[in-house]
Design a protein around this ligand. Sequence first.
Ligand SMILES: Nc1ncnc2c1ncn2[C@@H]1O[C@H](COP(=O)(O)OP(=O)(O)O)[C@@H](O)[C@H]1O
Ligand SMILES: [Mg+2]
Length: 350
Amino acid sequence: MLLGLRGVGKTVLLSKIEEMAESAGHLTSFVEAPEGQRLSELLIPKISQVLRKLSIAEKAKAKAHHAMRALRSFASAFKFSYGELSVSVDPEPGVADSGNLENDLPELFVRVGEAAKAAGTAWTLLIDEVQYLEANDLAALIVALHKISQKELPVLFFGAGLPQVAALSGDAKSYAERLFHYPAVGPLLPDDAKTAIRQPVEDEGQRITDAALNEIFAKTQGYPYFLQEWGYQSWEIAHEPQIDETDARQAALAATRRLDDGFFKVRFDRLTPKEREYVIAMAMLGPGPYRSSDVAAALGETHQSLGPRRSKIISKGMIYSPSHGDIAFTVPMFNDYLMRNFVNKPSKKK
Ligand SMILES: Nc1ncnc2c1ncn2[C@@H]1O[C@H](COP(=O)(O)OP(=O)(O)O)[C@@H](O)[C@H]1O
Ligand SMILES: [Mg+2]
């Protein structure tokens, strides 16, 4: 379960893992958990696709059919009408159809795992933005994966999400801690960050000075998404023979503007006026993490009265709690964005 702030490369890594699984001959399903959609709705079409592929292998036909029937039962229990599922197989009463996901999802996963095993392959499931799964769905997923590991079936799971996923998983099922590894994905180290900028420049037969690289690293702090913006703008601005420090400094203006109108803004736009007030109060306290009680004091409210508002902002994926009583932004340098645009608003900006 890859954990990290926004824009550190979790989705890029998950896609890379999917590629590796495919080249190892696995069947893969990649889903992004959107807010407000049920896990069952996400998985049914994906599992259906996997089973259709598995049923092609002669030695897996019977098990795939078996799993397909469980999927039919599962789909009707969760009132899902998916065109492809109405074909040829009958549901199997009593299997994966109780309507309780924590019961049904493990049964379904076991059937899929048995079919993959019969085919001599594996199923790799990848779920991005895990923090958006509902608590019940996350619990059912954990139970299903636990079952799979007990039965040693060839089903692999990779997830990615914001740092709060570790606590969400632990709250859902305490043994999640032992079931998953939680590698932290963070900013790139100075040398890696510089290579990420320098190499593509040199691949194009151009050059960039060390001073420019230092300037870019200082401003981006090695966060991949920011490096991407700075690299792009530096390249656009520079003239022959090389990208120098002046170019990198100029690029900062354009890069910041693009981030403010995109990466940062799309997240801020999702907040209600009250929630905005809350995050602006956070930003005014500095770069964070923040004590929730300090934010409450800044707003002239009590810690308790702000609880619901804070939870809502957490569930929107804008802030998280790195440790008890603390909160922090899930987007790197979000406090600077808020200060720039809502507190010390420059007069030239419209
Ligand atoms: N290892 C890397 N080196 C350079 N740039 C990267 C790397 N990983 C990610 N990026 C850049 O950062 C952007 C954000 O990555 P993404 O995987 O979408 O982040 P996350 O899923 O953590 O929010 C990518 O589109 C890419 O431009
Ligand atoms: Mg992502």
